[in-house]
Design a protein around this ligand. Structure first.
Ligand code: NA7
Length: 561
């Protein structure tokens, strides 16, 4: 974790042309960068605002020890440029955060994207004006920009959640959030370290923190299901084989519901003998990571199938963890296997066999309060030098409602979504013209390989804008009916899945007071693509379009033809 990000770009004085553009984009992660590139390719003028000092999004902020992607690097990468995918060489099956960040920085440089990005600047508000069909966007630096279109690439997991623990501010030791990790090396040697949370971020960091700390206390409210990632260096032969026809490999992946190729058996776990079932689980276990869920097609659809995989998994954990009492505390009680995103770890359970690691069970009482030198939980006081909050994110909606985004009647998305997010295709929101969100609620999000989903949504948005420009339209808005239909489609897709029956960040259950609804569309990537295509082919059915009188504005704002 020695990589230090360069500052994204020098802040140039802003000229008039930059105060009025076709599109303002929020975020310079995978989504924002591709939006910028694609919009420029089609002749739209763009400003991107990014809170961080460099590109990278998730991979800029999440620098905690062990941070790594759980989707294979050959698939978790852009495919819009054959040259790019040929020239970049991934070194590991699952890329580490430094490698992912280096890749994103390479993309920004290769396609000259930094010149379109204003770093260290947050978009605070946006207001749509119906007389000009334009958004006025305000930023944390006090800048105001006018844009025909306002597009978010602000991230699914970017608004961190730090629970309001009693007296948290009294703690005088060091504290960190995994999602806002410092850019310098953090030293834990000789320290008593507490990690709060046992989600994916904690699971990746705990084994490495345990190696450094004098003693590591893991404060666990709910145990998670973790399978071994089986990460390894990539074999140059396997890379060569994929690169020999990368487009065909990508096309095959896009036929899968998750837009991700992995060994998958569509059969039922209930229709095979116990021996065959065990062998199948064992084979997928050895493959490692999320593909474990591909052992049978009904693991997340049928409670009995889910119980069987849980039993197999419990046997594994009990065999790894030496202390039977600790092992039982690490096993979720009654939760659906894979209901929360399955975690892929490396030496996670083995870490609990170390003498310097203590698992603290918060399931009964939670953390009572912080003190200047530690915290109190279960009536016991823990003296700590440092605390790592691995407490997750206000997922999917957090980064959207953090901004004051107001439609023509002054109402905000924050208000509209207080009873749950509603979108059309996950891309547009009724009442908010010329506004698009990427990877938000109602879209496939993390249920399809993120970068693939981003490319699809971006292409769709830019095609739509180009179509509007050709037709002379200056305003589009999703109809209330189309949005309601889509909300029903999203709910219907979620209904058969056991995932929709769980408390997780998918349902907003991790944030106190957040409206509970299963937010992503899990009907599968091919079904999503087909719905988006059919809308586009039918002249963007479900949207209404308007044009300002000729002379008042050209479609697409200031874009050249
Ligand atoms: P997660 O998966 O949301 O995990 C957050 C963890 O923090 C989880 O174990 C929570 O326990 C715990 N938590 C949250 N609030 C509290 C309080 N108040 N007290 C104790 N423990 C708490 O976030 P991650 O960053 O690990 O991963 C997010 C995604 O990033 C992941 O799914 C991958 O897609 C990548 P809980 O389960 O709520 O009881």
């Amino acid at each position: 974790m020695t990589h230090s990000a360069p500052t994204g770009a020098a802040t140039e004085p802003v000229d008039d042309a930059q105060r009025s553009v076709d599109a303002v984009v929020v975020g310079a992660g995978f989504a924002g960068l591709y939006l910028l590139h694609r919009l420029r390719q089609f002749g739209f003028t763009v400003r991107v605002f990014e809170a961080g000092s460099d590109v990278g999004g998730t991979w800029y902020w999440n620098r905690y020890p062990g941070a790594r992607c759980d989707i294979e690097s050959m698939q978790y990468s852009y495919q819009f440029s054959e040259e790019l995918q040929q020239e970049w060489t991934w070194t590991e099956r699952f890329a580490s955060q430094p490698e992912l960040l280096a890749y994103i920085q390479h993309v920004a440089d290769r396609f000259d994207l930094r010149s379109g990005i204003t770093f260290d600047t947050m978009v605070e508000g946006a207001r749509f004006d119906d007389s000009s069909h334009r958004w006025t966007i305000t930023t944390s630096s006090g800048e105001t920009v006018s844009a025909r279109f306002f597009i978010l690439g602000s991230g699914v997991l970017s608004t961190t959640n730090t629970p309001a623990f009693t007296d948290r501010d009294l703690f005088t030791g060091a504290s960190y959030h995994t999602g806002r990790w410092p850019h310098h090396e953090v030293e834990f040697a000789g320290q008593r370290v507490g990690v709060i949370g046992t989600g994916s971020s904690a699971i990746q960091s705990i084994p490495l923190l345990a190696e450094q700390a004098e003693h590591l206390f893991v404060f666990q409210r709910t145990p998670n299901y973790v399978v071994p990632a089986m990460n390894r260096p990539l074999d140059p032969e396997e890379v060569r084989a994929i690169k020999a026809d990368y487009p065909a490999f990508r096309a095959k992946a896009k036929e899968r519901p998750s837009a991700f190729l992995f060994p998958f058996n569509p059969g039922s776990a209930l229709e095979v003998s116990p021996e065959e079932r065990f062998e199948r689980f064992e084979a997928q276990w050895q493959i490692g990571g999320l593909p474990f869920l591909g052992a049978f097609g009904d693991l997340l659809l049928d409670r009995e199938a889910n119980r069987l995989v849980t039993e197999y998994w419990k046997g594994k954990i009990r065999a790894i963890v030496d202390d039977p009492d600790v092992a039982e505390r690490l096993i979720p009680k009654g939760d659906i296997f894979g209901g929360k995103r399955l975690c892929a770890g490396t030496d996670y359970y083995e870490t609990y066999n170390r003498e310097n690691v203590t698992l603290v069970d918060l399931s009964e009482d939670g953390i009572e309060r912080f003190t200047p030198t530690g915290l109190v939980a279960g009536g016991e006081t823990f003296e700590l030098d440092a605390v790592v909050f691995a407490t997750g994110f206000d997922a999917m909606t957090g980064s959207v409602v953090a901004m004051d985004i107001a439609g023509p009647d002054g109402s905000t998305i924050r208000e509209r979504w207080s009873t749950g997010p509603a979108t059309y295709l996950g891309l547009a929101v009724h009442g908010f013209p010329n506004f698009f969100n990427t990877q938000g609620p109602g879209g496939p999000g993390v249920f399809a390989t993120m970068v693939t989903g981003i490319e699809h949504q971006t292409d769709w948005i830019v095609d739509c804008l180009s179509w509007m420009r050709a037709k002379g339209y200056t305003r589009l808005e999703a109809t209330s009916e189309a949005q309601s239909d889509w909300v029903r489609t999203v709910a219907a897709a979620a209904e058969p899945s056991l995932r929709s029956k769980c408390d997780s960040w998918y349902t907003g259950a991790n944030i106190p007071g957040k409206h509970r609804v299963f937010m992503p569309y899990i009907g599968g990537f091919p079904a999503y693509v087909s719905q988006c295509s059919s809308v586009a082919e039918n002249d963007y059915e479900g949207f209404v379009f308007e044009a300002l009188p000729a002379g008042e504005a050209r479609a697409g704002g200031d874009a050249p033809d």
